[in-house]
Write a protein that binds this ligand. Structure first.
Ligand code: ADP
Length: 259
């Protein structure tokens, strides 16, 4: 049995931020960033002053998802002014890098870069900050969880077994560091063919819900595999910004309501 890392006494709030929710996943490519962005937009649609911090150092996708370009402005005292897009304040590690530049930092460098993005940004009064975590479980997660007063984490999984096995590891880590798990979202839950309306359970529907129940975690909802989710994300106007009243928008809004 691995040792439980000490939770530590120094979990500090972020200045000017009331609530912080992290979005994580066991592995990459399950739609964690898609859920994080749409969840943040859904909070904003509920009238909450909302920010989004892209902490996915190895695959930052928030600039593309929100159509953000360039670096954030920096005040004369060295504090960043976040980008604003679709009513969100956003900071991404991706904005600090060139388009083809990879992050090659080791753990401590990555941790301090993240700390700077989080704490040396003038968030200017937020009700809610959503953090898009890197996939999996690593140094960055542990230091973030030990140093930041989080309200909790949402886990995104596909219905597939492998994703769930990885998701279970993420859940185990959160429990060890005493971060409340707000619940599980099943993404790419099923596919409805746009021409015939036939529904296909491509990855086997319901796996995440079953696992959540077995683990005693709230199940927050399911998001189908829909081409418009991918297309609107690539175009920089995610569904919750462009078409919040459609079925996919309603699914994200319902999940935000349960968080
Ligand atoms: P992660 O953050 O877990 O790596 P992303 O959110 O970047 O995953 O999603 C991976 C890819 O899958 C992106 O191209 C995204 O647009 C697409 N995608 C995510 N969720 C859905 C969905 N429900 N329907 C269609 N495409 C999706």
């Amino acid at each position: 049995h691995a040792q439980k890392p000490a939770a530590g006494p120094r979990r500090e709030p972020v200045e000017g931020v009331k609530h912080i929710v992290a979005v994580g996943s066991g592995k990459g490519g399950v739609g964690k960033s898609t859920v994080a962005v749409n969840l943040a937009l859904a909070f904003a649609a509920r009238g909450l002053r909302t920010g989004l911090l892209d902490a996915d150092l190895y695959g930052p996708s928030v600039p593309r998802l929100l159509g953000i370009e360039g670096k954030p402005a920096m005040r004369s005292d060295g504090i960043f002014t976040p980008h604003e897009a679709h009513g969100l304040k956003a900071m991404s590690i991706g904005s600090m890098l060139g388009p083809d530049q990879a992050v090659v930092w080791r753990g401590p460098m990555a941790t301090s870069a993240l700390r700077q993005l989080l704490r040396e940004t003038h968030w200017g009064g937020l009700d809610m900050l959503v953090i898009d975590l890197p996939p999996g479980t690593g140094d960055i997660h542990i230091s973030l969880f030990q140093q930041v007063a989080l309200d909790g984490a949402v886990i995104v999984s596909t219905p597939q077994d492998l994703a769930l096995i990885d998701a279970k590891k993420a859940i185990d880590m959160l429990r060890r560091v005493d971060v409340p798990i707000l619940g599980v979202v099943e993404n790419m839950s099923y596919f409805v063919a746009p021409d015939t309306g036939t529904r296909y359970d491509i990855f086997g529907h319901g796996g995440a819900k079953t696992a959540a129940m077995r683990l005693g975690l709230p199940f927050l909802g399911e998001i189908p595999l829909v081409m418009t989710i991918r297309e609107t994300s690539d175009a920089g106007t995610p569904v919750m910004a462009g078409n919040p009243d459609g079925p996919e928008g309603e699914a994200f809004a319902a999940i935000a309501g349960r968080v």
